[in-house]
Structures are given as structure tokens and as C-alpha cells.
Design a protein around this ligand. Structure first.
Ligand SMILES: C[S@@+](CC[C@H](N)C(=O)[O-])C[C@H]1O[C@@H](n2cnc3c(N)ncnc32)[C@H](O)[C@@H]1O
Length: 246
């Protein structure tokens, strides 16, 4: 009789932003084989139809700061399921390592000897502007890109504005006014910018403006999360590039 304990494994899978077809072939393959699936609220829920009927689904979603499961509890749950010999798919919106706490989870599991594999995903940072007709770089116009968090906590001023032609802020909605104020220390009020809400999803909205008026436009439009804020001359290209998707 084989008494060897079945080895569990955790797959940290980036599923892309919004559109279920933006998961990678590898990510989908591991998802289909999973015995336990932990998922965030920002993943496209249609992907759960791909999961095996016998698999256990565990929502661990974090919505507007209200965690349904703490990060510590998520780590422990991943560890526990892997210890039980399960194939665990940990689904994360976009890419696991771009503001996704994937690094924390993998370090936790590796420190405990768990077999873990990361499957990179299409990050909202790149895909959401792309679908809105905004390339992040363009020869002669933008040769550098910086990605930052627009979330400001009580003991944390907005982060210094990176030196890059194109700036992309995630988690930008609640503190957009503070972020814009900070950017205005370095860039002119006429700098083009855009906020893209619910990118790659049916309810997608794109607000285009300048640093002078984007906060007002966002308030008037009652902007909600998730949204990505893009700043720089590349935003002007949208007028020539964007075509409605089928
Ligand atoms: C915690 S971060 C996770 C980012 C994710 N790991 C990635 O690579 O896209 C969540 C932020 O990503 C952005 N985001 C994710 N999905 C989005 C979408 N479909 N449309 C617009 N922004 C999105 C928003 O800025 C949101 O606040």
C-alpha cells in the first residue's frame, strides 16, 4: 500500500482584468484542474464556470477595503489546503505581483515548504488603458512608464510623483484629488489624463480630461472603483486609436 502523503500545490493565477477571455491558456488549464479555488471579488465571475464540479470554491474577496477574509486568514487557508494534498488555484485579478499581494502569499507558503507556482496575468495597468485606446508608450512621445498606487492612508501622504512620461495609478478613486494635487507639483494643469472605470467589462466608462478638470469630471460622473488613472501625452492618442469593441 502506498502510504506516501499526496503533495499539495498552490497555483497563484493572474486572471486578467474584467474580461474572462483575458486569462492565459496556462492559467485556465490549472484552474480547470484545481480541487480548491480561492478567488478575489475583482476576478471575472464567469471564470468560475470553468472550475470542476467537485472543486471547493472559497470567496476571499476584498471590496472597497471591506475584507471578507483577512490576508493572514487567506495565507493560512492556502497553507492548510496544500497540507491536505490539494491542488489549489488562488485567483487574482490582473497580475498577482502588481499590487496583488502575490509576493506576500508566495513568501508565506515557500517559508512553510509548500510547492507554489505563479502564473502571470494580464495586468489592468496595461490592459485597461489598451482597451480604452491608450498605448502606454509611443515612440517620440512616451519612452518611460511608472505604475503607482493612488490610495492614500491616514499616515501616508500621496507617494512622490515618479519621473516618467506616462503615469498609471491603480486604486485611484477615493483619493484622486490628492493624487492630482501631487502630480500638479511636477506637471502642467493642461497635461492630458484619463480615468477608466470597469475596464474590459460591459459597464466600462472612460473620462478624458486634463489635470485641471479630471477631478471635477470624475465627481460629476460619480466615478466608482475599480478604475485606472492614466496621465501623459499618450492619452491624446485615444482620439485616433479607439474603436468600439464587439
Ligand atoms: C489591488 S489592485 C490589483 C491590481 C491587479 N493585480 C492587476 O494587475 O491589475 C486593484 C486595482 O486594480 C485596478 N483594476 C483592476 N481591475 C480593473 C478593471 N477591470 N478596470 C479598471 N481598473 C481595474 C483598479 O485600480 C483597482 O483599484
Amino acid at each position: 500500500m502506498n502510504r506516501e502523503k499526496k503533495q499539495g500545490k498552490v497555483y497563484l493565477i493572474g486572471v486578467g482584468p474584467g474580461d474572462p477571455e483575458l486569462i492565459t491558456i496556462k492559467g485556465l488549464r490549472f484552474l480547470k484542474r484545481a480541487e480548491v479555488v480561492l478567488y478575489d471579488h475583482l476576478i471575472p465571475m464567469d471564470l468560475l464556470k470553468e472550475v470542476s464540479r467537485s472543486a471547493r470554491l472559497i470567496p476571499v474577496g476584498k471590496k472597497h477595503g471591506a475584507h471578507s477574509m483577512s490576508q493572514d486568514a487567506i495565507n493560512e487557508c492556502l497553507f492548510h489546503e496544500a497540507q491536505r494534498g490539494k491542488k489549489v488555484a488562488r485567483l487574482k485579478g490582473g497580475d498577482p505581483y502588481v499590487f496583488g499581494r502575490g509576493g506576500e502569499e508566495i513568501l508565506f507558503l515557500k517559508a512553510r515548504g509548500v510547492d507554489v507556482e505563479v502564473v502571470p496575468g494580464v495586468s489592468s495597468v496595461i490592459a485597461v488603458p489598451a482597451l480604452a485606446g491608450i498605448p502606454l508608450t509611443q515612440r517620440h512621445l512616451a519612452m518611460t512608464v511608472a505604475v503607482a498606487s493612488g490610495h492614500v492612508t491616514e499616515d501616508n501622504d500621496p507617494i512622490p510623483v515618479p519621473d516618467a512620461d506616462t503615469l498609471v495609478y491603480v486604486m485611484c478613486v477615493s483619493d484622486l484629488d490628492k493624487t492630482v494635487k501631487q502630480i500638479l507639483k511636477k506637471r502642467s494643469a493642461g497635461t492630458p489624463c484619463a480615468v477608466i472605470e470597469n475596464g474590459a467589462m460591459p459597464g466600462e466608462r472612460v473620462l478624458v480630461g486634463t489635470l485641471r478638470n479630471i477631478v471635477h469630471k470624475s465627481r460629476t460622473a460619480k466615478l466608482v472603483a475599480p478604475a485606472v488613472f492614466v496621465v501623459g501625452d499618450v492619452v491624446r492618442l485615444r482620439a485616433r486609436i479607439f474603436t468600439k469593441r464587439a
